[in-house]
Design a protein around this ligand. Structure first.
Ligand SMILES: NC(=O)c1ccc[n+]([C@@H]2O[C@H](COP(=O)([O-])OP(=O)(O)OC[C@H]3O[C@@H](n4cnc5c(N)ncnc54)[C@H](OP(=O)(O)O)[C@@H]3O)[C@@H](O)[C@H]2O)c1
Length: 241
């Protein structure tokens, strides 16, 4: 029997030393109370809207404000560079994007590497709102958006390429702008926090399984199987059997 070994750290060249938390997601209401600070980004200043809730429904979405609460860093460095800012401009959307009211967001190893400046040569400009993974509600659609509408509950990884010009305004905010093609409707049997914990980790696990050429009858050894990517690789391998 062929033994397929998935070396998850090699799936993408993102060897991360930050303690990952791809399945760790919290609502912004929880996180928003951790740090309160005066904004250091005058160009982003604008007023906060009410906090999102994991029980929020499409009908509860209110009008889009011009300002929002967000986690922001204006320089690369350790965890201390991240500040809470209640006056960040709500991002504008382009024609292929939707604006999401963020209900839950999750962090991955890449967020820590990015904050440390490990790929600043290809990063978007500072200041940065971190966060790739998101689950939320569509509150505005661009003119070229075809398959999503206001009120849709969606989830996804907002960056098509992790290291190349990721969105400056990520998911650790009340609102984030995302290309329609990067989102999917949230399964009804997942709540927002569960959905936000999936995108990047499950993409990585899926890619790993694809690269092994796994098929029925073959065995797979998943290293780090208790982790975010590993646990999804194990589950994915069962689906493919
Ligand atoms: N999450 C993503 O979206 C993503 C994307 C691209 C690449 N990656 C890479 O994929 C790998 C896994 O990421 P993850 O998000 O799944 O991390 P994670 O949730 O922290 O899981 C890491 C797993 O590896 C185990 N582990 C750590 N050090 C070990 C060691 N010295 N010997 C044996 N097992 C060890 C951990 O065991 P314990 O639980 O016992 O500590 C845990 O089960 C990382 O290299 C990451 O950079 C992740």
């Amino acid at each position: 029997m062929l033994l397929c070994v998935i070396l998850l750290a090699l799936v993408r060249p993102l060897a991360i030393s930050l303690k990952p938390c791809s399945l760790f997601s919290k609502t912004l209401r929880t996180r928003a109370n951790i740090i309160s600070t005066t904004s250091r980004y005058p160009s982003l200043r604008i007023s906060a809207s009410s906090p999102a809730s994991s029980t929020e429904t499409a009908t509860a979405v209110s009008a889009v404000p011009s300002e929002m609460k967000a986690w922001v860093y204006g320089e690369y460095g350790g965890i201390d560079v991240i500040k809470f800012d209640s006056k960040v401009s709500v991002p504008e959307i382009s024609e292929d994007q939707v604006l999401l009211k963020v209900v839950a967001a999750a962090l991955n190893p890449v967020d820590g590497k990015r904050r440390q400046g490990k790929f600043k040569a290809t990063d978007s400009p500072l200041p940065t709102v971190p966060g790739y993974d998101v689950a939320g509600i569509v509150v505005k659609v661009g003119s070229q958006v075809k398959n999503l509408k206001n009120g849709d509950e969606v989830y996804g990884n907002i960056n098509e390429k992790a290291l190349e010009n990721p969105h400056q305004f990520g998911s650790l905010a009340e609102f984030t702008a995302v290309e329609e093609k990067l989102l999917a409707l949230k399964p009804k049997n997942l709540d927002f926090s569960q959905a936000a914990g999936l995108p990047l980790a499950i993409q990585t696990a899926y890619e790993g399984l694809e690269r092994t050429g796994l098929s029925a009858g073959k065995s797979v050894l998943v290293l780090g199987g208790a982790g975010g990517v590993g646990s999804l690789a194990i589950q994915g391998s069962q689906i493919r059997r």
